[in-house]
Design a protein around this ligand. Structure first.
Ligand code: PHE
Length: 332
């Protein structure tokens, strides 16, 4: 008699079949019985040693097992496929459902205004340039004819930066005017540039002061530039930015790096408000950038952006710009 207990094998097969729960388990089960080295292959291989009487009996039982296992595999495969199809149906995405709304942002009001102001000057032939926020003391003060004893050079009025570079103090620029120096050092006139950027002053923060704010600098250098050119440019700018009917005036003022110098005021609601400083480039500034004496003339102006936007929109606190409260930002 053979060593195989077919009854027991059949019971084991039925027990294992009842536990089959996934495709991997089913495949292991199939290989275990029907595989090349599986149980049935072993039974058939051993038949040669069986007696001639036993051989057909073993063959019959083995065939029965084979049919059983094949039946189980086919049936389980079908039901597992059905299950995964069902799972798919359940997980199906309904593309007609409304999506998750992620609100779209927009440019900050200051960026919009900077673009608008630069655009006005670009339409008059100016080119947008930028300068670094960390500047040398030379570019921020010396080259602009701001003497050592000038109050704006005081540590209370300027952020100085610790630096290892010997002989060159660095600082956070207190205005965009040092970009004028870089422009003149690196380009030969004629040129007309408009330079927007951040500037820094250690002011106590309140409704009208911030330790960081934005300025836009303008510089035009050529031969025979006149104060009337400056007036014309500034007038056109004010009309485009504040409206055709804007009332404005040039008020004499002093800046070390322009001569003559003026401040520009516009009449807004109930009084005159200063919006920019300007003037003709001082000969000492041309000397600082090694331009030949008397060869060029130029005009320059600089304005604070926050202040102009506050005027234009009636915003009464500069801190709104930097608090990132969307209720404020969404209005623009
Ligand atoms: N840099 C000056 C300021 O910050 C403004 C200015 C720029 C004045 C250019 C004249 C010419 O107040």
């Amino acid at each position: 008699m053979s060593d195989w207990n077919f009854k027991e094998i059949e019971t084991t097969i039925q027990q294992e079949a009842a536990l089959l729960a996934d495709a991997k388990g089913l495949e292991d089960f199939r290989i275990k019985y029907l595989g090349r080295k599986g149980l049935l292959a072993q039974i058939y291989a051993g038949m040669g040693q069986a007696s001639p009487e036993e051989r057909p009996l073993i063959g019959k039982s083995a065939n029965a097992l084979k049919v059983l296992v094949e039946g189980i595999v086919a049936q389980k495969k079908q039901s597992l496929d059905g299950q995964s199809r069902q799972a798919l149906t359940k997980e199906k995405i309904d593309v007609t459902l409304p999506g998750i709304h992620s609100p779209l942002g927009h440019q900050h009001i200051l960026t919009q205004m900077i673009d608008e102001i630069c655009g006005i000057f670009e339409s008059m032939g100016f080119v947008v340039q930028e300068g670094p926020e960390i500047e040398t003391e030379f570019n921020n003060f010396e080259a602009l004819n701001i003497p050592v004893d000038h109050p704006s050079r005081d540590a209370f009025d300027t952020f100085y930066v610790d630096t290892k570079v010997v002989g060159q103090k660095r600082l956070l620029r207190s205005h965009t005017s040092p970009a004028q120096i870089r422009m003149m050092q690196n380009h030969k006139p004629p040129f007309a540039v408009i330079i927007p950027g951040k500037v820094y002053r250690p002011d106590k923060v309140d409704a009208t002061h911030s330790s960081m704010f934005h300025q836009i600098e303008g510089l035009l250098v050529d031969k025979d530039v006149k104060f009337s050119d400056l007036k014309g440019l500034v007038c056109v700018f004010c009309q485009k930015f504040f409206g055709e009917k804007v009332k404005m005036r040039f008020r004499p003022h002093f800046f070390p790096f322009t001569e003559p110098s003026a401040e520009v005021d516009i009449y807004w609601k109930k009084g005159w408000l200063e919006i920019m400083g300007c003037g003709m480039v001082h000969p000492k500034v041309f000397a600082a950038v090694d331009y030949p004496k008397g060869k060029y003339t130029g005009l320059a102006f600089g304005m604070g952006i926050e202040r102009m936007v506050m005027l234009k929109y009636g915003i009464n606190d500069i801190r709104y710009f930097f608090e990132n409260d969307v209720r404020f930002l969404r209005q623009f």
